[in-house]
Design a protein around this ligand. Sequence first.
Ligand code: ADP
Length: 323
Amino acid sequence: MSLDSTPGATVPALSVRDLRKTYGNGVQALKGVSLAVQPGDFYALLGPNGAGKSTLIGIASSLVNKSGGEVQVFGVDISRDRSAAMRLIGLVPQEINFNMFEKPFDICVNYAGFYGVPRAEAEARAEQVLKEAQLWDKAQMMSRTLSGGMKRRLMIARAMMTKPRLLILDEPTAGVDIEIRRGMWKTLKEINAAGTTIILTTHYLEEAESLCRNLAIIDRGTIVEQGPMKALLAKLDVEGFLFDIDGHLPATLPNIEGTTMHAMDDHTLDLDMPRAMDLNRVFDALNDAGIRVRSMRTKSNRLEELFVRLTGDEAAAKREQAA
Ligand code: ADP
């Protein structure tokens, strides 16, 4: 167990301190990352491609060697007791990597076999995880005949064979359509509700928003924001709207104090305003300028905006200046 755990304090499911990784080619994938994921949490590691997400979970699950820093899984230091730490983790990699010519039941049973689970126990467990993943009726079919969504759920079921306390998924829904994604979300929510801590990496903001209670946003090897999802969303003080205009927009748009606006096209107005501002002021000003609003919609997911603000080139330049 952790040497520095105090009695009564909860040992995090994952504790990462000042984690650094420089690959052989000199790329600094992680530049001193620290975070803690509490037991029972559903945690998102969010960031654009190349941010360092896969490197971070690769290190946590002992597939990638770290260059510096400390990682503990439920208090077990991965450098001191690699195999104990690995036994606590179930990993669902990005690519489907089971044998397509095996049956889901055998895939699950054989996987548990690698971890030394006795056959009878593995068979009972396979039935349970396949039922939970809504795959029990496919248990004896050739895996290659499963749909894309079923294959993804089989990846999750297989990882659950060893009863991991921490399930880590690397971009679990990359490139899959929304229906499959929703099915996977349901499975993951149930696994989390039953007590397994889940960490996933994603660049789908919608995914993080709908599943996760806490998150870290990582960009270019650095954590740029972390905390409860709700607190992050509350930080957003600007709301964006798109107004569909009746007729044509005038060449010169009215100036409404505190807002920024521009014409997307001849009849669509893009407007950002402080969240505290009264929308009626905007309507009045538009009305006065002879602009009639036919309909309006919020411009984008608010998390999306936060993400762009935190991980854009401008934000990165500011961080570098401050460093
Ligand atoms: P993400 O998962 O957020 O897309 P990665 O952790 O895969 O990010 O990559 C972070 C950075 O490290 C990228 O610049 C990537 O090109 C680099 N990188 C990842 N794996 C390797 C590797 N095996 N060798 C060299 N560079 C790598």
